[in-house]
Every structure is written in C-alpha cells, then in structure tokens.
Design a protein around this ligand. Structure first.
Ligand code: KG4
Ligand code: ZN
Length: 342
C-alpha cells in the first residue's frame, strides 16, 4: 500500500510516498527557515503563503522521485493538527483536492502521531516487535514536550507534558539570548561541541509529584547567567566571546537534556514499558540521543535526525497504521490547531 503523506503544520513544506508504513519511496522537504530567521521565529502569515507557493511543486517532486502518478497511490494523508491554523489549512485543502479528484482515500493525521511513527521508517526497525509495546514516547519539538504511553497502534495515554515552554522553544529562546541564529536547537548543539565544560551547572527544572515538565525557570536562569557574564543584553561596543557563548550553551543543553532524560526514566519505572521511543525536532539533538541511550534500562528507539524534524514521510507512515486499524476518516475533516494525542 502506497500513501502520499503531506505536512504543512509549521515551517516545513513536505511530501513523501511511503509503502506499507515502513518504507520510504520518496521524501521531499522544503524548509522555509531562512524566511523566518530574520524575524527570530516563525511568522504564521509567511508560513501559510509559502506553503501555498511550494506545496504543489513539492508534491510533484515527491511523485516524480517515486516514479509514480497520483492514480497509482492507495491514499492521500495530511497533518490536520496540531499546528498553525493557516498553515494546516493549506495542507488539508490541497490533500482533499488531490484525493477527491482521483477518488482516493483521504486520511487526516495527528502531527504528534506522525512523530511517533517516524520510528517505523528506519530500515529493519519495527518497534512493535522489538522492543514491543508498551512503549514510552517522548515527543519533544518546538510546540510540544509530551510523555505518551503507547500500548498498541492507536492506543495513547498522555502522562506528562510541559507546563510552560516546549523544549524546542526553550532551545530557541536560549539561542536568542546567546546571540545565535534560528532555529536555536541545532545552533546550541553546534557551539556546545566546542565548550570545555567550565561553566557551573544550571538548575534542573522540576515539577514536583508529577511527570510534567517545566522549562521557563531554566530559560530565566540561562538569561541571568548571561547577564552576570556581561553577555546579555548584548554589549553595543563588542562582539560576544565565542568561548563564553559555547560554555553557557553547553550548560543549558546539559540541564535541559538531563531534565528530559530524568522525567522519561521516572515514567519508564512507573509504567514498566519495554522501550523508549524518541521523536520530534529536539530528538535530533545528539546529546539527548546519547544520554537517553546511556542511562535507559530499556531499549531506546530514535529515528535519524532528518526524520525527527518535520517531514511528510512520518505522516505517510502514521496514515498506513490508521488505515490498517480501520479508523474512520471523513471528507468533513477540518484543521484542529490544538489537537492532542492521548
Ligand atoms: O518537530 P519540529 O521540526 O517542529 C515542530 O513540530 O515544532 O521541531 C522543531 C524544533 C525547533 O525548536 C528546533 O530548535 C528544535 O526542534 N531542534 C533541535 C535540534 N534540531 C531541531 N533542538 C535541539 N537540538 C537539535 N539538534
Ligand atoms: Zn513536529
């Protein structure tokens, strides 16, 4: 079964052809990041307009790379939430039009479920059989930091979430304080690699007696640290010392990764799962990947970085399991900007 997966929930215009939920036939991602970078964050109107310009060419190249035409597909799937309303609308309406005009099944996908199913796309990886359900999923991105217990295909329970900022948002804000570019996650990771680790640790944020996360205290602590070192607000007459930037970036990355790993391991101990599944843009972080693998008592499944950040392949994968589950879909499907999973 071959499904076209379309993703336009944020600043990536993406389409992919996926076979049987596991095999990537083609995968095209057009990022808008340069267009938003000068504003230091995503501008919703620019995102929608850019999706309108690029989605059809992106779908065409995904089909061309797959050597296929629309009538040969078995379905068209699209993210219908969560995300930016205008951006989601472009994807949903385009996908409906494509499916309707070729009489194909139309499947709405929860973006967060897409991040989960990215783990099924690695060659030879099938988390259902190894390590097997139940799985503890940490979906950590620019908009979400959720701990989701997955007991089977389509069976999710939300057991922890961020009370304030998402981890990706915290990375982006910390990067801005340190004068680094957008998106902040890859920038923090890049400069932290050069740090010697001389900076005293930043506090680990915790929400007592719950599996929720909180990152706004860490954001404030990072800003305070930068202030104390004379780095923030940025001095008018001098450049920031790259060595100082690297040290604070490393201290921030260690604190945020440590708090995500700790919470996830608490959830693992409480719910006796067979494995941990990581997904979402922040799961591309090399330190998070390494620390989770090093400290976890159970197997850790994490897709390659390019499948952690937004893409259409994960949408095509999730749609296959939705169809296989026999879940209903309808032409009435609308965008749900605040859609949740579990
Ligand atoms: O999943 P995603 O592509 O889009 C959303 O659904 O939000 O996640 C984007 C987020 C951004 O905040 C970005 O800074 C972060 O993922 N990110 C990273 C890394 N790569 C992307 N954060 C930390 N380390 C990375 N290597
Ligand atoms: Zn995402």
């Amino acid at each position: 079964m071959k499904i076209l997966g379309i993703e336009t929930s944020c600043d990536e215009t993406a389409a992919a052809v996926i076979e049987d939920g596991r095999h990537i036939v083609s995968n095209v991602v057009a990022t808008q990041v340069e267009m938003h970078a000068r504003y230091g964050g995503i501008v919703p109107e620019i995102a929608s307009r850019q999706h309108m310009r690029t989605l059809i060419p992106v779908v065409e190249s995904a089909l061309e790379d797959a050597g296929m035409e629309l009538p040969q597909l078995d379905g068209v799937a699209v993210t219908h939430g969560p995300g930016l309303a205008g951006a989601l609308l472009v994807g949903v309406n385009t996908a409906k039009g494509l499916a309707l005009s070729h009489d194909l099944p139309f499947i709405g996908v929860n973006h967060l479920e897409g991040h989960v199913y990215a783990a099924w796309l690695e060659d030879g990886l099938d988390p259902e059989t190894r390590p097997g359900f139940p799985l503890m999923c940490l979906i950590t991105s620019g908009g979400h930091t959720d701990l989701i217990l997955m007991e089977g295909h389509g069976h999710y329970t939300l057991i922890g979430r961020t009370r304030d900022d998402a981890a990706g948002e915290a990375f982006d804000k910390a990067a801005r304080v340190l004068g680094l570019g957008f998106p902040g996650g890859p920038e923090i990771q890049r400069v932290a690699e050069r740090a010697a680790g001389t900076e005293p640790a930043l506090p680990r944020p915790r929400v007592r007696s719950s599996l929720d996360f909180s990152f706004s205290g860490l954001k404030t602590a990072t800003m305070r640290r930068a202030e104390l070192k004379g780095m923030y607000p940025p001095p008018e007459d001098a450049e920031l010392d790259p060595a100082d930037v690297a040290e604070v970036a490393l201290a921030f990355q260690e604190a945020i990764v440590d708090s995500m790993v700790r919470r996830t391991l608490e959830a693992v101990a409480k719910h006796r799962v067979n494995g941990i599944l990581l997904g979402g843009g922040v799961a591309a972080n090399s330190h998070l990947r390494a620390e989770m693998a090093r400290r976890s008592p159970v197997e850790v499944i994490v897709p390659r970085p390019a499948l952690c950040t937004d893409n259409g392949a994960m949408i095509g994968a999730a749609a296959y399991f939705t169809l296989r589950n026999g879940d209903a879909y309808s032409w009435d499907l609308d965008v749900i900007p605040s859609l949740r999973l579990g």
